[in-house]
Design a protein around this ligand. Structure first.
Ligand SMILES: *Cc1c(COP(=O)(O)O)cnc(C)c1O
Length: 401
């Protein structure tokens, strides 16, 4: 393999954290890379390509339509914009100024997260409802559907819903109260693949727009994602992302998504224009998506289990570590490796071990979310054969250093 990063004076890292953006997201399969390389060698009409992408995404998700975005967060931005402005090019041109528009997104308080900035970036205001007593261990409940219903008013543009294995209230109930008031539900399911059944699940539950990350479970390019759902909303979202340097008379937007008779003119470049998507990302994402739908969770978990076993084998030999494989509570139950740093004299704690691993050569990154409790997690998704031995050596050095 060419040492491409070495050419620029930087080292690759060993990523046992999972498909995180800060470490470059998922490594891609040869077939995906070949598709991107082929796409990079010629030109294509991007709008037409998105029209075809819509057909592929619709087939894989059961949604009416879909587009490739530059990530799930970009999908949240253009999706939120679509909910606020529809096919009105005057409103599109005003974003993120939403004065006088329906611009509020109701969100269960426990669903707030750092990525919802993308919804606000479109000009929306978030209206939090309910109390996450369940999360704070102060009670058994979370936000309930009637609280969302009670917050719907004439400024409401949509409901923002964060899909997690344990999200409350359940999506079907949220959809019921939203649709009774004619309000769309925008679902952030960025990291909810696998299980592959989730590709269809949120659509089946009635969500109007859903975003998935391309660079996480799907195994596509890091700067790619999917926005899928109702045709009109997806079409509006695409308009706000496309390059729109056209004359109305000769403009031929992709018929799968947009009927130009719905528009009085060609909108100006929209709020999503900075999130443009290249032909390589579109083709790479679609290739990865088709591969992902042909794979199954069990087969994928079996491949990951081989890497997890090699990690347990390599780390089990290091004194001071208690190592075991556990099943992820989400993500299709993929195998993870839990490493507990046993307390001991002169032994560094988990936070120190994490820092030493990152400082090693090559740098080793693990999931240190719960390091303060003495636990480091290793996610096998982005690891290759051979990485386990390097990680084992790095742990041994970190514990004795
Ligand atoms: C990763 C993530 C995102 C952002 O996805 P990108 O594809 O990197 O833009 C958004 N929401 C959630 C919940 C995520 O986990």
């Amino acid at each position: 393999m060419t040492d491409i990063f070495g050419r620029f004076g930087i080292d690759r890292v060993i990523n046992a954290t999972g498909t995180v953006t800060r470490l470059g997201a998922s490594p891609m399969e040869t077939e995906v890379i070949a598709a991107m390389a082929a796409a990079a060698q010629c030109c294509v009409d991007i709008a037409d390509l998105q029209g075809r992408a819509s057909e592929v995404i619709a087939k894989c998700t059961g949604a009416q339509a879909g587009i490739v975005t530059s990530g799930a967060a970009a999908g949240l931005l253009v999706g939120a914009a679509a909910c606020m402005v529809g096919f009105d090019p005057v409103k599109m041109g005003k974003l993120p100024d939403t004065d006088g528009m329906r611009n509020e997104f109701i969100v269960p308080r426990s669903h707030r997260n750092s990525y919802d900035h993308a919804v606000r970036a479109a000009g929306a205001r978030l209206v939090e409802v309910g109390l996450p007593d369940r999360a704070t261990a102060c009670g058994v409940r979370d936000t309930e559907a009637w609280e969302i219903e009670g917050a719907i008013g004439d400024r409401t543009a949509g409901i923002l819903y964060l899909a997690r294995a344990d999200s409350r209230p359940n999506l079907t109930e949220v959809v019921r109260v939203a649709h009774a008031a004619n309000i769309p539900v925008l679902v952030d399911a960025a990291a909810e693949l696998p299980p592959s059944s989730n590709l269809r699940r949120f659509i089946e539950q009635g969500a109007d727009l859903i975003v998935f990350s391309g660079g996480k479970g799907i195994g596509g390019p890091a700067a790619s994602g999917i926005l899928c759902g109702r045709r009109n909303l997806v079409g509006s979202a695409l308009l706000q992302q496309l390059d729109l340097d056209y004359i109305y008379e000769s403009w031929q937007p992709p018929a799968q998504l947009i009927d130009k008779r719905d528009l009085p003119g060609v909108p100006r470049h929209g709020i999503g224009r900075p999130c443009k998507v290249g032909k390589e990302q579109i083709v790479g994402l679609l290739t990865a998506l088709m591969r992902f739908t042909q794979d199954d969770d069990q087969a994928r978990n079996k491949r990951l289990a081989i890497i997890a076993d090699s990690l347990v084998h390599a780390l089990g030999k290091v004194p001071g570590l208690i190592v075991r494989t556990v099943a992820d509570s989400g993500h299709g139950g993929r195998p993870l490796v839990e490493v507990v740093i046993a307390p001991g004299e002169n032994r560094p704690n988990a936070l120190e071990v994490d820092a030493r691993l990152r400082g090693a050569t090559p740098s080793v990154h693990v999931d240190a979310t719960n390091a303060d409790t003495g636990v480091l997690m290793l996610v096998p998704t982005c690891l290759g054969t051979g990485d386990a031995a390097v990680i084992g050596t790095a742990f041994a050095a970190a514990l004795t250093a």
